[in-house]
Structures are given as structure tokens and as C-alpha cells.
Design a protein around this ligand. Sequence first.
Ligand SMILES: NC(=O)c1ccc[n+]([C@@H]2O[C@H](COP(=O)([O-])OP(=O)(O)OC[C@H]3O[C@@H](n4cnc5c(N)ncnc54)[C@H](O)[C@@H]3O)[C@@H](O)[C@H]2O)c1
Length: 271
Amino acid sequence: MELQGRVAVVTGAASGIGRALSERCVAEGMSVVLADIEGDKVRGVADELAAAGGTVHAVEMDVADSDQVEALRDEAVATYGAVHLLANNAGVGSPRPNVSTSPALWRWITEVNLLGVAYGVSAFAPLMVEQGEGHIVNTASEAGLTPSPLLGAYHATKYAVVGLSESLALELNGTGVGVSCLCPELVDTLVFESTRNAPADLGLGDPPPVDIHQVEQWMQTVAMDPADVAAQVVYAVKAGRFWVLTHQSTLDRVKRRNADLEAGRVPRGVR
Ligand SMILES: NC(=O)c1ccc[n+]([C@@H]2O[C@H](COP(=O)([O-])OP(=O)(O)OC[C@H]3O[C@@H](n4cnc5c(N)ncnc54)[C@H](O)[C@@H]3O)[C@@H](O)[C@H]2O)c1
């Protein structure tokens, strides 16, 4: 898909991968609607991009609320006349034992990571099908393809986003609307401090700063620069690629999982 002169909507645009993707879309000559629950921060990012000559519009919103996702679509169309690229990117995580994950934590992670993506598809896909062109990028994760302990709620939502994206790609085939599924391994962002956006009644408080180098050791991988992820996403949109796997090691881990699956074995995990 040609991006120059087109319109992108990016959720989770105030930080990390969403911010980098917004910057990259501006560099490609797109008008960009930056959406995020962190209002001041997303307006600050938009101000920076506008000061550098970008055509951008910030929206404070919560992807877990379907009315707000529909309002985001309406605001994007009212502002720029169309939407050609939707990045369903906002997401959260909070590692803890599966056996002690509370119902409230399950609801928060599911509502943001899975329903947020589903609401994005429901709100924007019909518009794109009517236009006869567009592209939807759903951010899943390596955690949507391979298992590890202590991340059950996160895994459940990310496997679900992979399933939704595969189904959507089959369904939209021939409509002019493409689909990509982004499955990053480790990226240097604030995702490990996600609970900063958790509902107050979860009582999770402000997370301490996380040292990405410690996470690299734990995950046995190298954290990627979000700008490099954004470049891979833009390439996939232009080329019509479905899978965007940021690290070669993800494929090795998928093969290991598939071997367990074929053998009917208990998962060995990937690390
Ligand atoms: N960083 C990684 O290693 C990694 C790996 C795999 C997948 N991912 C996925 O990438 C996506 C982007 O995360 P990131 O790594 O850039 O983290 P990040 O925390 O830096 O950015 C996430 C953004 O989403 C926003 N957000 C959170 N809840 C929201 C809500 N309810 N409504 C609207 N916006 C909301 C946050 O305010 C933040 O700006 C997520 O879906 C995450 O699960 C990240």
C-alpha cells in the first residue's frame, strides 16, 4: 500500500512502539491520529511531531471502551476525511503466577489487549472495506505464539489477537484491506511498567522503573529499538506481509512449540 498522503490511526501512540510507529508514519508523509490513554503525554508527542512539520492530531481515549474507539474513528474521519492504516497497538502486561491472578487483573488485561483490538477491528474495518482499501496492523507478541510461565493472562490475550488477526486476514482477502500481525520479542519500551495505567481499584500502584538489561537477561534476548520495529511494520504494510516477527529467535521458539504439539508433550517452554 502507498502511504504518502494517506491517514494513519495509532493506538498506544504516547510511548514505545506506538510512538515510534507514529513518527515513522509522519516520515512516510502520512497524516497521523495519535490515540492514547495518557492524554498529556500523547498531546506532548503530537506537539513535537507537529513542530517538526508533521500533520498530526492527538486523542485521549481508552481502547477498552468501544464507544471511545468508535468516537476515535469518527474524529479521525472528521479531521482527515478517511483512515487507511489502523495500528491496534495499545497493550498492557503484569507478570504474576497464573494461579493467583485476580479476576480484576484478568478483566483489565483482557479488556485492553483483546477487546481493545476487537473494538478497533469492528469500528474501522467496515470503513476500510467500503473505501476498498486500507490496512490493519494488530500488535500481538511473541507471547502470542509461544508459552512461558507467570504470564498467563498476557499470553491468553496475545494468542487471541493472533487468532483474530488470522481469521480477519482470511475474511478480508479480496476486499483491498490488508492485515498484519505484529509479534515482537523484546523491545525497549515501558511495557514492563504497564500498571501505571491500571484502574485504581486494582491497587497496583505506580510501578518501579524497570531495567531493560535485566529483562534481556531473563528473556535471553536483545531488546530492539522501537524505531526498528516501526520500520518493519511499515515494510509489511507496503509489501502486504501478514506476519511481522521482530526477532529470528521467535521462529526457533515456534518450531520448538510445534514439536511439542506434534509429540503431544507437556510444553517445555522456550527459555
Ligand atoms: N515492548 C515489548 O517488549 C513488547 C513485546 C511484545 C509485544 N508488545 C506489545 O506492544 C504494544 C505496545 O507496547 P509498548 O511495548 O510500546 O509499551 P509502552 O508501555 O511503552 O506503550 C504502550 C502504550 O499504550 C498505552 N495504553 C495502555 N493502556 C491503554 C488503553 N486502555 N487505551 C489506550 N492506550 C493505552 C500506554 O499509555 C502507552 O502509551 C503492546 O500491545 C504490547 O503488548 C511489546
